[in-house]
Design a protein around this ligand. Structure first.
Ligand code: AMP
Length: 401
């Protein structure tokens, strides 16, 4: 069972991962003695991963746990080390199962394209990693290209991570080699408490493995489905974090382009984490025309196939705010996709009774037809509806709800 000591330990591990991602010349060897607290503090930036507070017995991964079939206990379980005491759950043998069922060889050209290894990354190269360096725990979920597991590194200091597998043959079949490369490259370079951190990646003949920050409270979408909608307070706290994370992404010339509840995860303290960069684009100054994203969240300029800028994310933030509060996106029309398009083009925004004047003002300012008229993210962060619910001691990335 996890102890208070183990909470501190996970915190320290995550902090030291930040250090291990510094360029090779500057970072100490991975297995070297842990730096002192002072050194850790020195090396930490405001973009360091937030500190999870794992509470034993709280069963933060309830949904994943219940989904996990019974399996053999792992050999590491039951040892006395503090880190080993953190329960990563039981491995279901899914990787071997997949390896038999869904693994096909790919062409030499595709193999070259997908030979992704963060130890060769131009910025933030990591040490070399491989699958047998992890103890694999409970399944966290299944994505389009493979399963995600809670894992722990076998060597000290035993990092807790989410390991996402991507089957190369399926990436090739879906013709998304470039998109996957782009997603990985973008995410690897981002550092913000509300952006899911990618610590590294490696591959074998048939799979790519992504070492991701463990989002202990899982999918935000699941919460939204469970409760139907969120209170204004809870929505405001999420939108505050979203706006801050999007402002950070835009400052790095990254447009997300696929903001929706399904792409958001929750950290151990309930803090929001933008995940899934499959549609994001690194766009230094140029504008894009590609049609992408989810219909309900598309802004007028994308519906019309016009060029678009980072302001598409501001629009999506408005849609998200509405969906958090009402439980469905503002322009949804279940009968006809064309009607949804039409409603988006007309900005046919209807507020049901019960919404505060402040939030209606914010949504209306975000859902402006003309991208340049949409409220800037810096202004969103100062908006009365955001300020009203922001805790006095707001320390983004460590909120609880
Ligand atoms: P994805 O392939 O990213 O869609 O992931 C599939 C599912 O795995 C998600 O819907 C989540 O439930 C879970 N998952 C993915 N990444 C993480 C993570 N970093 N931490 C916790 N759960 C995750």
């Amino acid at each position: 069972m996890a102890t208070v000591g183990s909470v501190r330990e996970i915190t320290r591990q995550i902090q030291s991962l930040d250090i291990s991602n510094k360029p090779t010349s500057a970072r100490p060897p991975f297995h070297s003695k842990q730096p002192s607290q002072t050194n850790v503090a020195k090396l930490l930036t405001k973009y360091a991963a937030p500190n999870p507070s794992y509470v034993p017995g709280q069963n933060i991964m309830k949904s994943a746990k219940s989904a996990a079939p019974k399996a053999k206990p792992q050999p590491h379980m039951g040892t006395t080390s503090v880190n080993q005491a953190v329960d990563i759950g039981h491995y279901d043998g899914g990787l071997e199962l997949d390896n038999e069922k869904r693994c096909e060889k790919i062409s030499a050209e595709a193999a070259q394209e997908l030979a992704l290894d963060s130890s060769n990354a131009p910025s933030y190269p990591t040490r070399e990693w491989s699958l047998h360096e992890f103890d694999i725990g409970r399944p966290l979920g299944k994505g389009k290209f493979g399963r995600v597991y809670m894992v722990r590194t076998k060597t000290e200091p035993k990092y807790i991570l989410a390991l996402k597998t991507l089957y190369k043959s399926e990436i090739v079949a879906g013709k998304v080699e470039k998109q996957v490369r782009r997603e990985i490259e973008i995410q690897q370079n981002l550092r913000h408490p509300n952006v899911l951190r990618m610590y590294g990646y490696f591959h074998d003949e048939k799979r790519i493995f992504l070492m991701l920050e463990f989002a202990g409270k899982g999918e935000l979408y699941r919460q939204l489905s469970k409760y139907g909608c969120f209170s204004e307070k809870r929505s405001s706290r999420y939108i505050d974090q979203m706006a801050d994370a999007l402002a950070y992404l835009h400052s790095k010339h990254v447009i997300h382009r696929d903001i929706k509840p399904e792409n958001l995860l929750l950290g151990l303290n309930g803090e929001l984490k933008i995940a899934d960069f499959g549609w994001s684009v690194h766009a230094p100054s140029q504008r894009r025309r590609t049609m992408c994203g989810t219909l309900d969240y598309l802004p007028p300029e994308m519906v019309e196939g016009k060029e678009h800028s980072e302001r598409v994310d501001n629009w999506a933030l408005g849609v998200l705010t509405y969906e958090f509060l009402i439980g469905k996106p503002p322009f949804e029309d279940r009968k006809s996709v064309n009607n949804t398009y039409r409603r988006i083009m007309r900005v046919d925004l209807r507020f049901p009774p019960g919404m505060s004047a402040e939030v209606k003002d914010l949504i209306a300012r975000l859902l402006q037809h003309e991208p340049q008229e949409r409220i800037a993210l810096t202004e969103v962060l100062r908006h009365p509806w955001i300020m009203k619910y922001r805790p006095m001691d707001c320390n983004r990335g460590s909120e609880t709800y």
